[in-house]
Design a protein around this ligand. Structure first.
Ligand SMILES: Nc1ncnc2c1ncn2[C@@H]1O[C@H](COP(=O)(O)OP(=O)(O)O)[C@@H](O)[C@H]1O
Ligand SMILES: [Mg+2]
Length: 158
């Protein structure tokens, strides 16, 4: 397991982090995002989407639980899941993401405790902040051998 912690002063920097992260992502990758409402999970996903060059917009879905954003430039599609309203792994499993996951980059907001069952290798991203502060602290943990080089590249570049 490899962990990196990144300080993110502004929303724009969160998008930039997503953009950089996207450079290392490929089909089959799973990212599990954790953090309170307003932490910046969707903002990070917007940066990832920009980096992957998929069709937007990336929003916090109100009624839609999973959205597939098709590639505009030949990369993998982005599957964006908001698991907030899901009750347990069975409901996540019911979305039948398995087929998609192998061919896409999958980002699950509110997925902690649920999305781990979708893939053995995954990137766990926890966003935290102090009340009223703009700055966020992003802790990125790679589970599985796939992620060690990705995280060291990310840290070298920051
Ligand atoms: N450092 C920061 N990182 C990310 N978002 C920030 C930051 N500072 C302010 N924001 C704002 O906080 C909000 C985060 O919202 P969002 O990404 O939808 O959160 P979540 O998906 O975690 O509920 C946005 O309005 C964004 O502009
Ligand atoms: Mg959100």
């Amino acid at each position: 397991m490899t962990t990196a912690t990144v300080r993110v002063p502004r929303a724009e920097d969160m998008r930039e982090l997503g953009l950089r992260l996207a450079g290392a992502l490929r089909a089959g990758d799973l990212l599990v995002l954790t953090g309170d409402l307003g932490a910046g999970k969707t903002t990070l996903t917007q940066g990832i989407a920009e980096g992957l060059k998929v069709r937007g917009p990336i929003t916090s879905p109100t009624f839609v639980i999973a959205r597939v954003h098709p590639p505009l430039a030949g990369g993998p599609p982005l599957v964006h899941v908001d698991a907030y309203r899901l009750n347990g792994f069975a409901e996540l499993d019911d979305l039948d993401l398995d087929a998609e996951i192998g061919e896409s980059v999958t980002v699950v907001e509110w997925g902690e405790g649920l999305a781990e069952g979708l893939a053995e290798d995954r990137l766990e991203i926890v966003i935290s902040r102090d009340a009223d502060a703009e700055e966020r602290l992003v802790t990125i943990t790679g589970v599985g051998a796939r992620w060690a080089p990705v995280l060291s590249d990310l840290l070298d570049a920051s």
